[in-house]
Design a protein around this ligand. Structure first.
Ligand SMILES: [Zn+2]
Length: 237
C-alpha cells in the first residue's frame, strides 16, 4: 500500500520532471540565440516517459533536426554534427556530470542474454567515425564475429594505456581491428573516439546533462529502419 503523501510526492516529481523535459525540448526547437544547439535546431520530436523500478522517471526522446546533410553517413558534415553535439571525454564534462555517465552493469544488463544488452563496454576507437557492416557474403564474417566477442572480453578484463598497446598485444592493426567490429554490425554504426578509460561512458550532451542533472545517453540514428524500430519499441512498451 502506498501512503497518500507518497502518491502526492511522486505526482509532484512526475509533474516537475515532465515540465523540465518540455522546457528542454522547447528550447531545442527555438530559433536563434535561444537554442543551446545553435544551428542544429530540432523541428520535430517523439517523447515517452517511463519509470524505473525504484520509481524514478526517465524520458526517451527522439529528436528530428532541420539540418539533414543529405550525404552518405560517413561524410564530414555528419561527423561534425555528432562531435559538435556529443561528449564522451572526461575533459568535456564537469565532474559530477561525467560520473553520471558511467555505465555500471546490473541484473537488467543480462536479462535477455549472457552479455550486456546495451553492448557495453563500448569499443575504444582512435577517431570518431561511421563503420559500415561487413558484407554478408564476406567469408571472414563469422570467424571475425567470434574474434570480436573474444576482443570484447579482453577489453573488459585487461587495461591498456593506448590502442597501440592493445593492437600489439592482440596481433592487430587498426584495419584488422575495425574489420572485427564491422563483422558484428547489422547497420551503419557511429563510433565515438574513446580511450580505455572511456569504454563505460555513455555519450552525453553537455547542456542537456547539466540542465537535467542526470544520466543521458545520446545516440544518433543513421537509417530509416533504425528510426522506425526505435519508435515502435517505445510506443509498445
Ligand atoms: Zn551493462
Amino acid at each position: 500500500m502506498i501512503a497518500t503523501s507518497e502518491i502526492r510526492r511522486s505526482d509532484r516529481q512526475l509533474y516537475l520532471f515532465n515540465k523540465l523535459v518540455d522546457c528542454v525540448v522547447a528550447l531545442l526547437q527555438a530559433k536563434g540565440k535561444m537554442n543551446p544547439f545553435d544551428k542544429y535546431r530540432v523541428v520535430d520530436f517523439f517523447q515517452r516517459i517511463e519509470f524505473q523500478r525504484r520509481g524514478s522517471p526517465h524520458a526517451h526522446i527522439l529528436l528530428w533536426f532541420d539540418c539533414d546533410n543529405r550525404e552518405p553517413v560517413s561524410e564530414p558534415n555528419t561527423i561534425q554534427l555528432v562531435t559538435d553535439l556529443c561528449a564522451v571525454s572526461r575533459d568535456d564534462l564537469p565532474g559530477d556530470q561525467y560520473n553520471n555517465q558511467i555505465h555500471r552493469h546490473t541484473f537488467t544488463c543480462t536479462k535477455r542474454g549472457e552479455t550486456c544488452r546495451f553492448n557495453i563496454p563500448y569499443w575504444p576507437i582512435s577517431e570518431t567515425c561511421v563503420l559500415l557492416p561487413m558484407s554478408k557474403d564476406d567469408i571472414r564474417r563469422s570467424g571475425f564475429h567470434l574474434m570480436a566477442a573474444n576482443l570484447c572480453e579482453i577489453i573488459e578484463e585487461k587495461h591498456y594505456d593506448t590502442l597501440n598497446e592493445f593492437y600489439i598485444d592482440n596481433g592487430l592493426t587498426e584495419t584488422k581491428y575495425l574489420d572485427k567490429i564491422r563483422s558484428t554490425l547489422r547497420w551503419p554504426a557511429l563510433m565515438f573516439k574513446r580511450d580505455f578509460t572511456e569504454i563505460y561512458t555513455n555519450t552525453s550532451n553537455r547542456w542537456i546533462g547539466q540542465t537535467l542533472g542526470s544520466n543521458t545517453d545520446l545516440q544518433f540514428i543513421l537509417g530509416e529502419y533504425s528510426c522506425a524500430a526505435y519508435v515502435v519499441e517505445y510506443v509498445n512498451k
